[in-house]
Write a protein that binds this ligand. Structure first.
Ligand code: NAD
Ligand code: DAU
Length: 339
């Protein structure tokens, strides 16, 4: 296990997005001595409301682009650590238009690690299990830190490229960095373009949910709160230069998840539409997080998926003003793609 690192001033990029904002809430709640500067461009996926109400002496929002070298240099110079969540994050969007994915996910990461290298600042890189490609449904294997990279979508290939940049900066420039690759998150503040919020908000609107392909694709679900505790654990206790996989043994196929959501709304289990499959759709993701658990002693706390899903459904029911402004535009985009 590495020594403990106790940052007091951290920059969290993408802290107005889904997972980044949940991490900011986590840090404010669990680590009282820490000040957070959120750097977020407020794209369609960023919402300052996600962190509104947090104490202003603990959290500062800087609206800006991670590709802006001058701004990044200034913020990194005053920080003990950077935790990098900002990204273009949605596979379907990356298939429709890869360009912003290259800019933010690759150039943005490069800009951040260059600044961290220059100022000797600790860097944690938040990445995805999708860099490993997919597994067959009947394959007993799960992804480990040794699995070769084999990304499928423009999104996952730009995330893979960003991971490679970080590894290179560690080896060649001595950047003090760690990388985590996490499985599918769910919970509050997730954009309505993503699978679970899309189906929940469709049902609230009386619209039939939409399932891609044959519905048998498997995702390994983790509550976003467990992702946050894992990232904090790696930031403070992880060994420099190491990659840690984050997962909570939550494999489920999309049909099973959808049926659970339909049940919660009292709808028949076949009350949904089959729609066009995603091109290159990854079949199955599965994470073996043994290294993180063994080396750093991390354990997930929110492993009751049914309870977490019920809570998430309740959150979307109670927070319609939060998601309503994005809903129509999202569905217009999906309809144009036959999804
Ligand atoms: P999200 O799309 O909800 O949020 C992304 C945030 O980044 C938004 O607030 C957006 O405004 C901001 N952003 C985008 N481009 C920016 C730029 N150029 N400069 C500054 N800010 C910018 O994404 P998410 O689902 O919360 O994912 C966050 C991170 O976690 C990503 O790096 C993603 O690859 C990774 N990840 C996501 C999952 C998942 O299940 N969603 C799983 C594993 C890893
Ligand atoms: O595995 C981690 C990744 O999880 C993250 O890196 C990504 O940022 C995040 O978006 C997520 O990627 P997925 O592509 O797995 O998530 P998404 O919510 O888009 O889709 C989940 C599954 O549901 C996938 O198999 C596609 C399917 N799907 C999705 C939508 C939006 C449907 O069947 N219907 C839908 O309407």
């Amino acid at each position: 296990m590495g020594g403990t690192f106790e940052p007091e001033n951290i920059v969290v990029t993408g802290g107005c997005g889904f997972i980044g904002s949940n991490f900011v809430h986590h840090v404010v709640r669990e680590h009282p001595g820490v000040h957070v500067t959120v750097l977020d461009k407020l794209t369609y996926a960023g919402n300052p409301g996600n962190i509104a109400g947090l104490p202003s002496d603990r959290v500062e929002l800087v609206v800006g682009d991670i590709c802006d070298e001058g701004l990044v240099d200034r913020l990194v110079a005053g920080a003990d650590a950077v935790v990098h969540y900002a990204a273009e994050s949605h596979n379907d969007n990356s298939i429709a238009d890869p360009s912003p994915f290259l800019e933010t996910n690759v150039r943005g990461t490069y800009t951040l690690i260059e600044a961290c290298r220059k100022h000797g600042v600790r860097y944690h890189h938040v990445s995805t299990d999708e860099v490993y490609g997919d597994l067959a449904l009947d394959d007993p294997a799960r992804f480990t830190e040794e699995t070769p990279y084999r990304p499928s979508s423009p999104y996952s290939s730009t995330k893979a490229a960003s991971d490679m940049l970080v590894r290179t900066w560690v080896r060649t420039f001595g950047l003090r960095a760690t990388i985590s690759n996490c499985s599918n998150n769910y919970g509050p503040y997730q954009h309505v373009e993503k699978f679970i919020p899309r189906q929940i908000t469709n049902l609230i609107d009386g619209v039939r949910p939409k399932l891609y392909g044959d519905g048998r694709n498997v995702r390994d679900w983790i509550h976003t709160e467990d992702h946050s505790s894992a990232v904090w654990c790696i930031l403070t206790k992880g060994r420099i230069g190491e990659t840690y996989l984050i997962g909570a043994d939550g494999e489920r196929d999309n049909l099973a998840v959808l049926r659970e959501i339909l049940r919660a709304f009292g709808r028949p289990e076949d009350d949904f539409d089959w729609v066009r499959d995603r091109p290159g759709h990854d079949r199955r993701y599965a994470i073996d997080s043994a290294k993180l658990r063994r080396e750093l002693g991390w354990e997930p706390a929110r492993t009751d998926f049914a309870a977490g899903l019920a809570e998430t459904i309740e959150w979307y029911r109670e927070n319609e003003p939060w998601w309503r402004p994005a809903k129509e535009a999202t569905e217009v985009r999906y309809r144009a793609q036959g999804q």
